[in-house]
Ligand binder design. Structure first.
Ligand SMILES: Cc1cc2nc3c(=O)[nH]c(=O)nc-3n(C[C@H](O)[C@H](O)[C@H](O)COP(=O)(O)O)c2cc1C
Length: 393
């Protein structure tokens, strides 16, 4: 079914957010659904570890490009105020660098030193001050072979197909230091007031290249078998847990498909996910390579990792991310009960109040985001992260 609405039938209205961004909302396609969706399962309480989440809608990590001189900018803080005000149940921050050698770019938020805790506290504090029932987790990352600002490293010298140069293979001691850095970053996240952390093990970043049989052919304790590929995750959780205590959820975002022969795919993902669950993480966000797909317009193009998420048999909750655009489709999935949660990145840049709008039955049942990807292209140029649909590339 084609969910596109002919342009001649489109009507728009404009809302202002706390950051002053203007959101243009398509007020036509879902006009029939003008009553509240309070009874929908996507707006029912959900549980992740000890959290009670007010709904099943999660803001997926979206790097802010808002880190200057060792601190988060005011624009960065406002981004989180808007999100918390907009009704989402759980916010993942943009990825934060756990060690200087693993930074994705010079503009990436840092959590690699205690001196940053004061600034990071502003993010957790603004979320808490804006919405008492919205949780916020810090996403922790090492860029691995995708760093723009640092030496490119990986489990072995095999690069992802889209990268030209070979990464340098990390020594066992270096991997042990990275594990310790993730654990220390989790401690800092707790001290900065976050409700939990998420390990970024997707999209070609370092942890995802350890999990993938395509990039990890190590012969030490960090490679060679499924269990050993997951060892890096197991050790991070084991080392972080005593530092953060038992009530601080540790989540993970993973690739369900590397989109390369010999990598993670729908056939081997369920077994890998089971092993990652045994490593002690408390929820799994399902993403994959080519995560930010452009021009999603038909129903078939939405929620593009659904098949992979449905293949899982886990006890921990699953968050499905990538191309979630229609509240009615989400409700259908939520009724089946798998996945239990839904992640959004681009739609919440366009409409931070999308969860509230959907719940109240205002406007279209589709998100206004048209996946033009101007936001990610601008991010790549070092511009601050926001919806840029009305700007030229
Ligand atoms: C500007 C931008 C920045 C992103 N930064 C991150 C990030 O820091 N960590 C991460 O795991 N994913 C990141 N993503 C990917 C999103 O979390 C998400 O997986 C992807 O955009 C698909 O979801 P969507 O269709 O709701 O946008 C980013 C996406 C965008 C558009």
């Amino acid at each position: 079914m084609d969910l596109r609405v002919p342009t001649t039938r489109r009507r728009f209205f404009v809302t202002a957010t706390a950051t002053g961004t203007l959101c243009r909302l398509d007020n036509s396609a879902g006009a029939a659904a003008a009553s509240s969706r309070n009874s929908y399962r996507v707006f029912s309480e959900g549980r992740i570890a000890g959290w009670r989440l007010k709904n099943r809608l999660v803001r997926s990590a979206t790097a802010e490009n808002a880190w200057r001189d060792g601190a988060i900018t005011e624009e960065g803080v406002n981004l989180y105020r808007d999100l918390a005000a907009g009704g989402v149940g759980l916010i993942m921050t943009g990825h934060m660098g756990v060690m200087p050698q693993g930074r994705a770019s010079d503009l990436q938020t840092c959590i690699d030193d205690d001196r940053f805790i004061g600034s990071l506290r502003k993010i957790a504090a603004v979320v808490r001050a804006t919405s008492k029932d919205c949780k916020v987790a810090a996403q922790l990352a090492h860029a691995g072979m995708q760093g723009q600002a640092t030496e490119r490293v990986g489990p072995t010298e095999t690069p992802w197909p889209r990268l030209k140069n070979k990464p340098r293979a990390l020594t066992t001691k270096e991997v042990e230091a990275i594990v310790a850095a993730f654990a220390q970053a989790a401690r800092r996240a707790k001290e900065a007031g976050f409700d939990g952390v998420q390990l970024h093990a997707a999209h070609g970043y370092l942890l995802s290249s350890f999990l993938s049989p395509y990039t990890n052919a190590r012969t030490d304790k960090y490679g060679g078998s499924l269990e050993k590929r997951v060892a890096v995750i197991r050790e991070i959780v084991e080392q972080a847990r005593p530092l953060v205590g038992p009530d601080f959820p540790i989540l993970i975002k993973v690739n369900c498909d590397d989109l390369v022969a010999g990598g993670i795919d729908i056939g081997n993902f369920p077994q890998l996910a089971g092993e990652i669950e045994r490593a002690g993480v408390q929820a799994m966000e399902v993403s994959g390579n080519n995560p930010i797909r452009e021009k999603i317009s038909t129903a078939e193009e939405q929620s593009y990792f659904l098949k992979h998420a449905r293949a899982l048999q886990l006890k921990i909750p699953v968050i499905l991310t990538g191309g979630n655009r229609s509240v009615e489709r989400l409700e259908q999935m939520a009724k089946v009960g798998r996945p239990q949660f839904f992640g959004f990145a681009r739609p919440l840049l366009r409409e931070p109040d999308l969860p509230a709008r959907w719940r109240e039955g205002r406007g279209a049942s589709d998100a206004a985001c048209i996946s033009c990807n101007r936001c990610i292209r601008a991010y790549g140029k070092g511009l601050s992260t926001r919806c840029r649909v009305d700007e030229a590339d």
